[in-house]
Design a protein around this ligand. Structure first.
Ligand code: ADP
Length: 693
């Protein structure tokens, strides 16, 4: 059945109505005085002998309250209430006996023969009629206007009572539900306390976790569960005060069980407020996360251990590198000296050449291994200094000049960053990238050319440029299916490469990782038999000063001593005899005389004489090292108002930061061992020329 309102709009169905009635859970409940009183009042006010609070169930009328009759139910069929429902908030039938709708009604035509009926609808807020508050009389009659109003008001009172019952029932249910949750949450301690920390709720989870029974704790101070050192109730309150806006604070700390054992719990503290918004207590919900905490601590310990192991590995590598490079310096240096001596038989020349090649490749291997270990240990620290990109390319071209000449190749540089000559970045690492690519290009090219092309493009901001360095060759090329793998460690394009060209397969892995660390990329295009092109793209900020040039030419303008003896004497500070021999022989061949100091202390004393054009200072020595000696020399010069002598550090260490360490103690320049004789000659010649000028 669908009931229509005046505008013939469907407003409710019988199913909706019955459903609404069920929500009140009122049918078949015992009598309640609140309802009885209303029925009594209705009868009194209307002067009627019978009054009913009649609810219309699907097949019956059920009376919540009845005055003037003992009946509790009545069949719905032929009932007056059912007939009148949905016809306004008040229905008055002065004489039912003459109304055809009620001719079958036993109350009207049988005993007691009730001829007068007035009913006010019991209607929900949604407009669903649940039944009637009605008054009945044996005599036909009318209701005064006042009685009608009062009857309707009483019907509303019935509905208020019904609503109240429903809300109370819902509240009771949700409390029971909450209690059930609180009690059944064995893994969660739920504890409420007042502002003084006196426990008011202690659930079974709290019993389980802390070992205290609820009867032990209710009414007691909560402080017993906190460890003395990190937690008091005051600390909790303070935390809550800081989280005042939310009234909630994360709560993670150590706690103590009844048996004295400790455990780590995580949870929240929530403040409870009264109607004035004042804190009247707290609820704490906590969960034992000791296992998780222990696992985290074990993980941190393992990470620290791994980091320590990594540092130890880097230290070990640094020391081993020094130990290997020091004798290598002698081997390379002496083989170079031998190669210069005369006369040599062709066989001897061959031996020396092989010795030089082996020593060179051993050194390259040591350098690569050292680099890859540093990269893997993530200990590569990038510099951020101004430098000139074109200058780097030119340096690489001059470093490769001998090999290019040997192979009769052309080696050219194209393009430049016309607008911005200098950038901020790590020139050493960029030089390494360009050098690796060029030395591969030259190695794998037997005829034709190698070229470097530099280009700069916009990179999203006016301060940033995307620089690209493309190294192109006309060499053997790389098969398409090998292009991806050549960037992996220890990988060469095929097994014949090592036999024919040597190498370790580390160079490109290092180059790629360095480019990526700088935020860049590397890609390759190649055709077998035609050639290859490796392109590195790296975003770099523009340097606004001309500092790049200043740094590169620092040694030119270094204040030099004018009181040097004729013939320019160099103080060679070195404690490893074979290296003294190597460096000494080179110095002589460059036209310098030299004195030797075999430790830092000796060097300081000799430097005080002020007779040296420059000091070549080994960094790592027994006794006083080169860094300390430099500091003492600089302090002496300052005290005696002497012009500072040029000090060039020499170290067999090849780790990032060596150069910085040398410069930071007052050295002017740095050269890595085994040194390149040309590089040393160049540095010293610049000094000599500056003095002569
Ligand atoms: P290595 O040069 O020590 O073998 P790399 O990692 O530098 O190691 O290079 C890996 C491999 O990539 C080389 O062995 C070679 O097969 C290939 N390759 C690199 N550069 C070139 C190039 N310019 N031309 C041809 N092949 C190249």
């Amino acid at each position: 059945m669908k009931v229509m309102d005046n505008e013939t709009r469907a407003i409710w169905t019988e199913a909706d109505r019955l459903n609404a009635l069920r929500q009140y859970d009122i049918l078949d409940t015992p009598a309640e005085s609140d309802f009885d009183d209303i029925a009594q009042l209705a009868a009194e006010i209307c002067g009627a002998p019978v009054s009913l609070i009649s609810l219309i169930d699907h097949d019956r009328l059920w009376f919540k309250a009845a005055v003037g009759t003992d009946a509790k139910v009545s069949p719905r069929e032929h009932s007056i209430c059912t007939n009148l429902i949905g016809h306004g908030d008040l229905c008055v039938i002065p004489d039912t006996s003459i109304d055809s709708r009620f001719e079958q009604n036993p109350f009207v035509h049988g005993n007691p023969g009730l001829h007068f009926y007035a009913g006010a609808t019991l209607e929900t807020d949604e407009g669903l009629p649940l039944g009637m508050l009605c008054v009945l009389d044996e005599q036909p009659r009318q209701l005064t206007e006042r009685q009608r109003l009062m009857l309707k008001a009483l019907a509303r009172q019935v509905m208020t009572q019904l609503e109240l019952r429903r809300v109370l029932k819902q509240k009771r249910q949700s409390e029971e539900y909450l209690n059930l949750i609180v009690e059944s949450a064995r893994d969660f301690a739920i504890i409420s306390m007042d502002i003084e920390g006196i426990v008011t709720t202690w659930n079974s989870g709290a019993e389980h976790i802390f070992g205290y029974k609820s009867e032990d704790m209710i009414g007691q101070c909560v402080a017993v569960i906190f460890t003395q050192e990190d937690c008091t109730l005051k600390a909790h309150s303070l935390e809550l005060a800081t989280a005042a806006e939310l009234g909630r604070a994360a709560d993670e700390r150590w706690h103590v069980r009844k048996d004295g054992s400790r455990f780590y719990a995580s949870g929240i503290m929530q403040s409870m407020l009264n109607e004035q918004g004042e804190i009247i207590g707290y609820t704490k919900i906590a969960r034992d996360i000791t296992a998780q905490k222990n696992a985290e601590e074990a993980m941190i310990a393992a990470r620290n251990y791994a980091e320590a192991a990594n540092i130890a590995k880097t230290d070990f590598l640094a020391n081993m590198s020094h130990e290997i490079r020091t004798p290598m310096n002698a081997v390379i240096g002496l083989s170079n000296i031998l190669a210069m001596s005369q006369p040599l038989t062709p066989k001897q020349k061959d031996y020396i050449r092989t010795l030089q090649l082996s020593a060179d490749s051993l050194l390259a291997l040591i350098n690569d291994l050292l680099d890859i270990s540093k990269i893997e240990a993530r200990t590569v620290e990038l510099e951020a200094t101004p430098f000139s990109l074109t200058q780097i390319a030119q340096e690489v071209i001059s470093m490769m000049a001998v090999r290019v000449k040997e192979k009769s190749l052309s080696f050219t540089l194209h393009g430049e960053c016309v607008e911005h000559k200098s950038f901020i970045g790590d020139p050493t690492r960029l030089r390494q990238i360009v050098l690796n690519l060029c030395s591969n290009a030259i190695k794998f090219t037997n005829h034709g050319s190698v070229s470097i092309a530099i280009d700069c493009a916009a990179a999203g901001s006016p301060e940033l440029k995307m620089i690209s360095i493309a190294v192109r060759d006309t060499g053997i090329g790389i098969a398409a299916d090998k292009l991806a793998t050549i960037f992996e460690k220890f990988t060469q394009a095929d097994s014949s490469i090592n036999r024919k060209y040597g190498g370790t397969g580390l160079g490109l892995a290092i180059t790629k990782t360095l480019a990526e660390i700088m935020g860049g990329t590397i890609e390759v295009e190649s055709t077998v038999g035609v050639g290859s092109c490796f392109t590195v793209r790296i975003p770099l900020p523009i340097a606004h000063s001309e500092k790049a040039e200043v740094i590169e030419t620092a040694i030119l303008t270094a204040d030099v001593r004018n009181d040097a003896q004729s013939g320019h004497c160099i103080l060679l500070v070195e404690d490893y005899a074979p290296n003294v021999m190597v460096a000494g022989t080179f110095l002589e061949s460059f036209g310098f005389s030299y004195n030797v100091a075999s430790n830092g202390m000796e060097a300081v004393e000799m430097a005080k004489t002020g007779h040296y054009t420059a000091i070549l200072m080994d960094v790592q020595m027994h006794g006083m090292n080169g860094l300390e000696a430099t500091q003492l020399i600089r302090a002496y010069e300052k005290k005696s108002a002497l012009a500072p002598v040029t000090i060039i550090g020499m170290t067999a260490h090849a780790l990032t930061g060596d150069k910085e360490r040398c410069l930071s103690v007052g050295m002017d320049d740095y050269i890595s061992k085994p040194f390149n004789p040309d590089e040393l000659n160049q540095k010293l010649s610049i000094l000599r020329d500056a003095i002569a000028a």
